[in-house]
Design a protein around this ligand. Sequence first.
Ligand code: SAM
Length: 261
Amino acid sequence: MKDNEPVTTRSERFDEWLKALHARHVAPYRPKEFTHALQALSVRYVERRKELGSRSPLDSAGKRAAFAAFYAPLHFLTIEQVLDQVTGPARPERIADLGCGTGVCGAAWAIRHDAVVAGVDDNQWAVDEARWNLKTLGIDGRVTRGDLLAVASGSLAVDAIVLGWSVNELDAASRDVLLPRLVSFAQERGPVLIVEPLSRAVSPWWRDWVAAFAPIGGRADEWKFPADLPPMLKELSHRAGFRRDVLGARSIWAAGRPAGG
Ligand SMILES: C[S@@+](CC[C@H](N)C(=O)[O-])C[C@H]1O[C@@H](n2cnc3c(N)ncnc32)[C@H](O)[C@@H]1O
């Protein structure tokens, strides 16, 4: 972003960010190299998902570039659309993004009304990338390296929580500790948004989580938003041979304590 050219609207900020992502992560690679990295990353997340616990999907520079330039904006756009459907009047001031990766879920929420993001991730590359993304998008926030479970179990100084595509990376014992923490946060403090892929195989625990949030008014949805992708993402997707007609996701939204309640 140029200093003398203030960028104001959400979509202008997003477009400028995409340009910056392209220069940072796509341009340094030959198109074929980038495409191979993107395909390899997709294989890790889909066909070889079971290896995620023992082998980081972000174990090469090319895959990290693909994650940052393709999946990060895709997740940003998906979260934006989910929020359009579920948030209502909720305008939290400080949003915790647990398992923030590149920070885009917190960013997509915070950019709507200038909230502050508190991101946490246990991967140092992701932490650095999240800091760069927040800065480039002009969002105030702090990103720290750590275990999301420890952060969720501490005294969170926030009034909303988002977990995007991160709960499925936890083991069952960690999920069992996390779930009641999130439910009581939603009940006592503020909204909680959990987003996961549509595939049931990725999150076999989903029904239990939906049931745990239901008594406090939590809603569960499956989304297939028309994927009207920006040209850069369309091109990367096309080159990799992905058929991406929709942005798919499932979500749990618990609105939290009503204002003044
Ligand atoms: C698929 S990525 C999603 C990242 C980001 N939320 C997004 O939507 O793009 C999952 C992230 O969760 C992080 N993660 C997994 N287990 C974690 C833990 N116990 N504590 C902190 N971060 C964790 C990983 O490092 C990774 O960055």
